[in-house]
Design a protein around this ligand. Structure first.
Ligand code: B12
Length: 285
């Protein structure tokens, strides 16, 4: 039985499909009879399975059995990333939501789902776009599916107990990539902050005005597109020192310039997992 996938356009008999799936013919037949499970159709009086659909089914099943319930450390992120990436490209929002629900209900923390599943899957979508394999519309669809999934996971980041302060999350003027700042908002909530998530493309003057009304302790700015004017970091730090006690400015994101951030007096944090510890360390010092 071949282990290399058959060419995408090929039509297989049900026996050939069962062989590739390493199951008995009758098992494959049951999966077909159950409807959506293994897509097949009749041609020339025999059941046929498209090779591309068979490969997708195989990938889905590998991910399904990847994680025994209750053992989050055994989460096979690579398999989940493969599957989610596929679902995002195909626009299968319901299946993507189902996958995330399953991974969380099997014990993976929602924060890990963000960092080890959603972000890498989107990075791959970006590679597909950059290589011309998908267009902007398909990329937008993938982002929207992810944003909805994140909204559903939002409750996992809520923390009871006394507030540790007020945080504002946003992206710089002109920066349209919003998921990094939305993730930062959730991580700050999980760390016990009351968060005002301002979203993307926030003019610094408007932020200054906002902060004259809402006192805040931490400002988290997410930079995705590289080449941002370093003057932005200085401006943000100046805004943070207007009026009352200064807020800590945190800069993160794949397009952030760590040196320019530090030179401006901001804290550069690359990994959201470190965010709360770095803020604690700063408060202590
Ligand atoms: C979706 C997307 C878009 C969407 C965004 C929609 C939206 N609502 O967000 C749209 C269509 C608007 C878009 C536009 C563009 N995009 Co775009 N986009 C992407 C894509 C596919 C996903 C972005 C994303 O959400 N990633 C998931 C997040 C969660 O990952 P992350 O940003 O790395 O964040 C992680 C860390 O960096 C960190 N983090 C992030 N923020 C913060 C903040 C703090 C405080 C901390 C501590 C940590 C932290 O934590 C996160 C989790 O690990 C990326 C691919 C990629 N590599 O990400 C390309 C990508 C970023 N885009 C790219 C480009 C080129 C563009 C455009 C210039 C295209 C164009 N010619 O118009 C424009 C620029 C628009 C602008 N002015 O901002 C390039 C950038 C290449 C580069 N390095 O120069 C990428 C990398 C695609 C690619 N492979 O080429 N894009």
């Amino acid at each position: 039985m071949p282990d290399t996938p058959p060419p995408d356009g090929l039509l297989l008999t049900l026996q050939e499909a069962a062989d590739r799936l390493k199951v008995h013919y009758m098992t494959a037949y049951r999966w077909v009879r159950k409807g959506q499970e293994l897509p097949a159709f009749k041609a020339g009086g025999r059941l046929r399975v498209r090779a591309s659909e068979l490969e997708r089914f195989l990938l889905d099943r590998q991910a399904d059995v990847a994680l025994p319930a209750g053992s989050p450390r055994r989460t096979r992120w690579a398999a989940h990333v493969d599957r989610l990436h596929r679902l995002l490209l195909d626009g299968r929002a319901v299946d993507a939501a189902g996958l995330l629900r399953k991974v969380v209900s099997d014990g993976a923390p929602a924060g890990d789902v963000y960092l080890s599943l959603l972000a890498p899957a989107l990075h791959r979508v970006g590679e597909d776009w950059a290589a011309g394999r998908i267009g902007v519309a398909a990329e937008h669809r993938a982002t929207e599916i992810t944003a909805v999934a994140m909204a559903r996971l939002g409750d996992h980041f809520r923390r009871r107990g006394p507030s540790r302060g007020v945080a504002v999350t946003l992206t710089p003027p002109g920066e349209q990539h919003g998921l990094g700042s939305a993730m930062a908002a959730d991580f700050m909530r999980a760390a016990g902050y009351d968060v005002h998530h301002l979203g993307v493309n926030v003019p610094t003057g408007e932020l200054r005005q906002f902060l004259s009304v809402v006192a805040c302790d931490v400002i988290c700015s997410s930079v995705t597109t590289p080449g941002l004017d370093p003057g932005y970091y200085r401006e943000l730090v100046s805004v943070s020192r207007d009026g009352g006690p200064p807020a800590v400015v945190v800069i993160g994101g794949q397009g952030a310039d760590p040196e320019a951030a530090r030179d401006a007096g901001a804290l550069h944090v690359a990994d959201l997992r470190d965010l709360s510890l770095r803020l604690d360390a700063m408060a202590r010092s």
